[in-house]
Ligand binder design. Sequence first.
Ligand code: ZN
Length: 485
Amino acid sequence: MIQVRIPTPLRPYTGSARVVEVTSGTVAAVLAALTQTYPQLAAQIFDTDGRLRAFVNIYLDDEDVRHLQGMDTQVPDGTELSIVPSVAGGAPAPLTSPDNVTLSNDEVRRYSRHLILPEIGVDGQKRLKAAKVLLIGAGGLGAPAAMYLAAAGVGTLGIVDFDVVDESNLQRQIIHGQSTIGMPKMESARRRIADMNPHVNVVGYEFALDSSNALEIFADYDVIVDGTDNFQTRYLVNDACVLTGKPNVYGSIFRFEGQASVFWAKHGPCYRCLYPEPPPPGLVPSCAEGGVLGVLPGTIGLIQATEAIKLITGAGDPLIGRLMTYDALDMRFREMKLRKDPACPICGEHPTLHELIDYDEFCGVKPAAQQIDARGIPEITVQELRERLTTGLAKTNTLLLDVREPNEWDIVHIDAARLMPMHTVSEHIHEFAPYDEILVHCRSGARSADIVRFLRADIGLKNVKNVKGGILAWAREIDPSLPVY
Ligand code: ZN
């Protein structure tokens, strides 16, 4: 028998079981046995084609099975398989230089316990004073990280947060207090830090980090500490770190579990190497929805602060290429090896991402800007249709309907389309349910617009769109070799 370790977000599907015993076999066989016992788990870890979802990794002991034989990897008796969903090198030189930095007598007294540590010493303390650390968020992870980094003597702390302190934050966000409820978190954090260590310069960014400002802000800092609670910002922080060459000290928390790592493309993998795609919106609940043990962000945030200090001073062995996972209920830390993905779209051998993108769209939080025609009917262009066809309609679970007559189909048609003359559509309504998206086309787009309106308004289907300009536009703009009529 082998043990399969179930992460917190998936435990609702295993009747709260944290560890499940399964007969040994290949990874595929073990997962099949597991999902046979817990059928609801199947949709969480496999896509509709039965492939492992891109935001789920499987580890055999501490090794990612993708680096073994994938789903064919044998899982020997007595070993442990872990399902690790995203709840998304060599020793680098110290990030900062002690040159041109002096410590006052006050500072020498304050930092004396550091100064007598050989691994930090006067040199390391000066490096800390010269350092600029950017904290993304002054919430659960950012609060403890900011406090300890300030206490440790990091010279400049940038904090990005535009939220306001709420009473429900105080269970874990210990930088804030009763007296700062209702105050911007930025201001609340600034006051606490000023009281703790007046030698720290706090730089506040009281607005949302986004694609238009991230690169410029990151450029000013030595290290970025990611304390975000949503996937859009997590991918934004990762990509901005890769593009600016900065180390990304990553932490994430959920209920009783946390993860931490250091992503630094120069020396190891990035977050996208680990999780190429975010989970669909709603699949992984946020802390607000799922809850979080109040002390948990303290543990993870302090791992992040520790890693930041190590990177700045060059002390020790950073958490690069390693994912630390922590389970507070088991009181167990586990370490998994991470490898750089040569096919990573941003830090791989042939990157396709060279600038920041729209992360709301990437994470499916908002649909791509929807075009609507004069009658209020959603439509897509033939260029977008070509993209869908290139990726494969199965990928987006799309049905392409051609509502012209059979003789028109004989003249010219798109192979991936299904012929369904418009007067027959109402007889086929029951066949549409399995599809996530229905695209409708005709000759020029007029008849299909009527069908789109019928399917949406009368039948109540949601994701139905008209192909703008029909097959004439397709022939004109995409495939001029086709006949037109
Ligand atoms: Zn990468």
